[in-house]
Design a protein around this ligand. Structure first.
Ligand SMILES: Cc1cc2nc3c(=O)[nH]c(=O)nc-3n(C[C@H](O)[C@H](O)[C@H](O)COP(=O)(O)O)c2cc1C
Ligand SMILES: Nc1ncnc2c1ncn2[C@@H]1O[C@H](COP(=O)(O)OP(=O)(O)O)[C@@H](O)[C@H]1O
Ligand SMILES: [Mg+2]
Length: 169
């Protein structure tokens, strides 16, 4: 089924990887933590999935499936020299989970990544993205992905196998 929100080529996109350290700005400077993927996961991204802000679903170490919003790119406000893939999960964990396994399904696109005049403008825009993701993911079309076999499958020999194979970095 092809719908308008998933009309972007390459979506839905499923991937998995271990949470690594970033620049430590998410929680400290923005008040919005992001779980960063390792380079291998970023390098595996197909060309169809360009830089920008996306939403979808996520699990940490086989836990419950949560809503997520994700930033892919060079963070123009901070002028990063390395492309990153960062997931903010719409759930209060109360603790870090570096080294945990993060599984994500990207379903929809929100906007391109942008530069801002002030940090407050960046924060306000990200909060808007979170609201957008929260609303979009409540639609029946998006909720269907929460129950996808990808999130229920076991990990065997560094692979998730359920018809498709998702390699783990
Ligand atoms: C939903 C979302 C949207 C974002 N959009 C932008 C953006 O438009 N421009 C930008 O420079 N950074 C954007 N960011 C990235 C933040 O700058 C980044 O999360 C922050 O620098 C933390 O990085 P760190 O994980 O390396 O600490 C976004 C982050 C999120 C979660
Ligand atoms: N709701 C959440 N979404 C994403 N990460 C979270 C969340 N709650 C706690 N964390 C943890 O916060 C860590 C720190 O994020 P952040 O401040 O962006 O630092 P870093 O630059 O190391 O990514 C993440 O790697 C993750 O372990
Ligand atoms: Mg981060």
């Amino acid at each position: 089924m092809l719908t308008r929100s998933m009309a972007m080529k390459g979506l839905p996109y499923f991937t998995v990887g271990k949470v690594v350290k970033g620049f430590g700005r998410g929680s400290k400077d923005l008040g919005i933590p992001t779980a960063n993927f390792p380079d291998e996961v970023v390098n595996d991204l197909p060309e169809d999935i360009g830089t920008g802000v996306y939403y979808g679903w996520a699990t940490v170490d086989n836990g419950p499936v949560h809503k997520m919003v994700m930033s892919i790119g060079w963070n123009p406000y901070f002028k990063n020299s390395k492309k990153s893939m960062e997931t903010h999960i719409l759930h209060a964990f109360g603790t870090d989970f570096y080294g945990s396994q993060l599984r994500i399904c990207i379903i929809g696109y929100v906007r391109p990544e942008m530069d801002f005049w002030t940090l407050d403008d960046l924060i306000t825009t990200i909060k808007n993205d979170i609201d957008t993701a929260n609303r979009q993911l409540d639609t029946a079309e998006m909720k269907a992905f929460k129950d996808h076999a990808f999130f229920q499958s076991e990990i065997i020999d560094n692979k998730i196998v359920n018809g498709n194979t998702y390699y783990i970095n």
